[in-house]
Design a protein around this ligand. Structure first.
Ligand SMILES: [Zn+2]
Length: 556
């Protein structure tokens, strides 16, 4: 008896429900029919990926697990006004589901799941096999305009210098690889084993070469044959060309009058990601003996960030002229995830449980909001010399934290280099809240600030608090940056996002599970995403070995 727990990043309930109703996700439909379904509330105040995954995997809230954003203020013992990457080992304070299972003698295996490897690259003894690459990116994706025919240029990827030569309008030599346009994406094997994918495409009559990012995988665990099989797969692609697409390096987007080439190249880059995760998943499920197998897929998040706003008629980002083409690309990407789920369903027996989760959903973005610009205008903060660094932490009394996780914080004098006494901190915070509370979005005519809360989501005590999380109205995405002209609003930096959980139902994650005792066709409605951990533990409770005749219990 095993539990297969698949996590699709950012698979919003509204997206999955719509795709299932259109018949585009047969594996999800089959899983729902065989078991139960739900819409799962992500954590608040912040529902970026790390807090949302931490809630899913620990079954606890950010107040307990401590992962409050993609960057965690003061995490890992750094300055309170600085930040730590959330996936750093040790930042999550609560044990994961698999830690609890490990204590009860059960074994686990992982495909690209965070917080499994420790700081030295080792995994706990209960891990049969784990593969992970996201902590070791060797190169970001890139796009190059090609020289004229016959000319040579030098291209840098992952620290390697490669000679690029156009042989004819359809063929280019890149280092050791001869690449034809018709061939699509091809692996470019570099001397140190790092293998990005490269592809040739044309924008307005000019050839361009794109390469994906490159990552160095690590594999570890007690099951040496499975670890060896995963290692032999090698060369996974961790993300597509979303940033290059957004910034116009694949040619104009449809929204700027492009002919769809940029979207086609972006979509095809996501297929590279899907392909490598499909291979890794197949190797894992064929070879594993673990009780729990956790598989993470990233591409549903990337496609959503770039395209979902256009598809949602309730969003300010909605584009009726683009919606159907954008939706078919979203559907294409989700279908690749569905195919991987189908491979898991094919392997699972009636004694096994299959769980499909997402960490959070996704909602369109209408505008970017710069809280620090409003604080600078009010004389409460000073911009950093670097316009991308937010407010100057040595000269500001109160600032929107550069971690960008929703936290508004006073620069207290007990912080190194701080400015405001503890006695005065609540008054300064109160002034900042008044300033931000007066900001009205020019398009909606509504105040941007809906509430200020503590990390548990409770109203803050204005008599004693020196920090607060902002809960913002509608589709407003905050940024700690300070624009040079002190603009308080700017155009959306993303098409869709999931940063501050303001209760928007589009941020609900999808959830479905089938297995012994879960019934057939049930709909749980809206649940808390922290409850999924209990379901996984309950399904495995009877699997725990009972050494020396004692009963072993697995539970939260
Ligand atoms: Zn996510």
């Amino acid at each position: 008896m095993a539990v297969y727990w698949m996590v699709w990043d950012a698979a919003a309930a509204w997206v999955v429900d719509r795709l299932v109703s259109q018949g585009r996700l047969p594996a999800v439909a089959a899983l729902r029919e065989a078991g139960l379904r739900a819409q799962a509330r992500p954590p608040a105040p912040n529902c970026q990926t790390p807090p949302s995954l931490a809630t899913l995997f620990t079954g606890t809230s950010p107040e307990r697990h401590g992962v409050t954003g993609f960057w965690v203020p003061a995490g890992g013992g750094c300055h309170p006004l600085s930040q730590t990457p959330a996936f750093t080992p040790g930042v999550c304070r609560e044990p994961m589901v698999w830690d609890r299972l490990g204590e009860a003698g059960l074994r686990s295996a992982f495909v690209h799941v965070p917080w499994v490897f420790d700081g030295s690259g080792a995994v706990p003894g209960y891990v049969d096999a784990a593969v992970e690459m996201f902590s070791r990116r060797r190169a970001r994706p890139g796009v190059f305009e090609l020289p004229v025919r016959g000319a040579r240029s030098v291209w840098q990827i992952a620290g390697h210098e490669l000679v690029v030569e156009v042989l004819d309008p359809e063929t280019v030599r890149v280092g050791p690889l001869t690449l034809c346009r018709a061939a699509g994406w091809q692996p470019l094997r570099l001397p140190d084993g790092v293998t990005p994918m490269v592809s040739l495409f044309e924008v307005q009559g000019r050839l361009r070469l794109a390469h994906t990012g490159a990552w160095q995988e690590r594999c570890a665990g007690e099951d040496s044959s499975l670890v060896g099989a995963l290692r032999a797969e090698g060369a996974s692609i961790g993300e597509g060309l979303g940033a290059e697409y957004r910034e116009g390096r694949l040619g104009n987007r449809m929204a700027e009058g492009g002919d769809g080439t940029a979207e086609a190249v972006f979509s095809s880059s996501l297929r590279c990601v899907s392909y490598s995760f499909a291979r890794m998943t197949r190797t894992m499920i064929q070879g594993h003996r673990a009780d729990l197998v956790v598989i993470y897929l990233p591409m549903t998040d990337e496609v959503g960030h770039e395209l979902l706003g256009w598809c949602d008629e309730t969003s300010e980002a909605y584009r009726p002229d683009l919606a159907s083409r954008a939706w078919s690309m979203v559907a294409d990407c989700y279908r690749q995830a569905d195919d991987i789920l189908a491979s898991v369903l094919a392997k699972a027996t009636p004694r096994d449980t299959v769980v499909l989760s997402a960490d959070h959903g996704m909602a369109g973005v209408g505008a970017t909001f710069y809280p620090n610009a409003a604080l600078v205008r009010a004389g409460l903060a000073v911009p950093d010399e670097d316009p991308d660094a937010g407010a100057d932490t040595s000269r500001s009394d109160v600032l929107y934290h550069r971690a960008g996780n929703g936290l508004l914080t006073v620069n207290r004098s007990d912080y190194p280099g701080g400015r405001v006494s503890s006695a005065d901190a609540p008054r300064v915070l109160g002034r900042a809240i008044v300033v931000l509370g007066q900001v009205v979005h020019p398009r909606t005519g509504r105040p941007v600030l809906r509430a200020v809360v503590d990390v548990a989501g409770h109203p803050i005590d204005l008599e004693s608090a020196s920090e607060a999380y902002l809960v913002l109205d509608g589709e407003i995405l905050p940024s700690p940056d300070v624009p040079e002209d002190l603009s308080i609003f700017g155009p959306p930096l993303r098409n869709a996002a999931h940063t501050i959980n303001n209760g928007d139902p589009r941020l609900l994650a999808t959830m479905a599970a089938a297995g012994p005792g879960l019934g057939r066709g049930g709909d749980l409605g809206v649940i808390d995403n922290a409850e999924v951990a209990s379901l996984v533990l309950a399904q495995l409770a009877s699997s725990a070995p009972a050494p020396s005749g004692r009963e072993t219990k697995v539970g939260l």
